[in-house]
Design a protein. Structure first.
Length: 437
């Protein structure tokens, strides 16, 4: 190592620590402001949020660029901090501005008020993923303020559209500005720290190295229309219900997955719950049933068409065509059609034997010495799939300890995160970004 490089590393190692109390308070203020911005997708008007991020970054001398990707205010942000070794591809910090809609009647408070109560901040987007977005933003800003030059370039991309498959977000950026986000590593959402979701009474931090393949199917059953007073066997509703029953009766028969096997070696026995069940096998959920004639629907009319949708999540390595073929064989009814609404992408899993994963492990253990840190799968989809399929090493890092009830509020009612965990996550991201990787 030459003298100049050594001096840079030494300067990084001995840089003054941030005034963490001030940093934490400021980050929480920013998160409150951010959650109050109703960046609901659709339409994902994220212009105001992007302008807020831009102002924070410009205040410390960074130069973000905003990209308008749609006609309704869809706005993406990219900013780059130069690193010491510019021959290496960057680390990409990836998060998204948009949030899913809310059912206001199911919330006990205004879902966009960012209420702080009982040590918790409540509101749509706190968990998915405005909290993580502010953690990433704050860590990058504090790195800049401390005068630390990271090991390689760090690029942050905040997208307008993750919740509708990235059409105006990551996919738009890859199609229109790929050079701006070309990278070797990605830190995205996914994973978590928990004492009850992955194992019972054991602190486990799962770092997501992959996700299940997302495949949405529509089942269409055709029958004979008629008067409800005269039952018929060729009733499209009955045909559909039987087809759904047979479709959901898929054999579990998934082959052992290397990531799941490694999780078991690291964790021991899994906790028994819907999350650990989902990451170990292929799953299907019946999500919609559509039928009837007229508006409002006539009760005394038998329709000729009935439809259902299935949200299927397949483990990496599972052949989607074979999965559908086996489903059609189980249904075995020419009156039922199976259509693919969303094509699955098998991006595989990212390897965990990397300097970045080691840096993540070290940062987590510095904050939580009793934790078990392990690679893991997540059952839901993230923007990272678009990058993993291009050969990028992508990790999902949620640097907060969440109990099962809190983790379940993602895309649900009463979404929230603990404030203490939000603040600790700031430290973890900061430690990762100033590491050697």
């Amino acid at each position: 190592m030459n003298k100049f490089a050594w001096l840079l590393m030494a300067a990084t190692a001995f840089a003054a620590e941030p005034d963490w109390r001030t940093v934490e308070d400021r980050a929480l203020e920013l998160l409150v402001k951010y959650v109050r911005m109703q960046t609901v997708n659709p339409p994902a008007n994220t212009r105001a949020a992007a302008e807020m991020f831009r102002a924070e970054l410009e205040a410390v001398g960074l130069k973000p660029t905003l990209y308008t990707s749609g006609p309704d205010g869809q706005t993406n942000l990219v900013v780059r901090m130069a690193g010491r070794d510019r021959s290496k591809k960057p680390l990409l910090l990836l998060n998204h501005f948009d949030v899913v809609p809310v059912d206001r009647k199911a919330w006990s408070m205004d879902p966009f008020a960012a209420l702080i109560k009982d040590g918790v901040i409540w509101g749509r987007g706190t968990l998915d993923m405005k909290g993580i977005g502010v953690q990433q933003l704050t860590a990058l800003i504090e790195l800049k303020k401390a005068g630390i030059t990271p090991a390689r370039d760090i690029v942050m991309l905040v997208t307008a559209d993750e919740e509708t498959n990235g059409v105006r977000g990551i996919r738009w950026m890859l199609e229109n500005h790929p050079a701006e986000i070309d990278c070797e590593y990605v830190l995205d959402e996914g994973g978590m720290g928990t004492r009850d979701v992955l194992a019972v009474n054991k602190l486990v931090f799962g770092v997501a190295v992959g996700e299940k393949q997302l495949m949405w199917l529509r089942l269409k059953a055709r029958g004979t229309a008629g008067h409800g007073s005269q039952p018929i066997a060729n009733n499209a509703n009955l045909i559909l219900l039987e087809a759904v029953r047979k479709a959901l009766a898929a054999p579990e028969g998934a082959k052992p997955n290397p990531v799941i096997e490694e999780m078991k070696r690291n964790i021991g026995e899994f906790a028994a719950n819907k999350f650990t069940s989902a990451i170990q096998r292929n799953t299907m959920s019946l999500t919609t049933l559509t039928s009837g004639v007229g508006s409002p629907v006539k009760v005394n009319v038998i329709p000729s068409l009935a439809e259902a949708t299935l949200d299927c999540r397949l483990l990496p390595g599972v052949n989607a065509e074979e999965f559908i073929s086996e489903m059609k064989a189980r249904i075995n009814d020419p009156r039922v059609a199976v259509e693919i609404i969303a094509q699955p992408v098998d991006a595989g899993a990212s390897r965990s034997d990397t300097p970045l994963f080691a840096a993540i492990r070290k940062a987590i253990l510095a904050a939580h010495p009793d934790a078990v840190v392990t690679p893991m799968f997540v059952p839901f989809g993230t923007d990272s799939v678009n990058l993993r399929k291009r050969g990028v090493v992508a990790y999902g890092l949620t640097p907060m300890i969440l109990d099962a009830a809190t983790a379940a509020t993602m895309h649900s009612d009463e979404e929230r995160i603990p404030i203490a965990e939000f603040k600790t996550g700031l430290h973890i991201f900061y430690d990762v970004l100033r590491s050697e990787f």
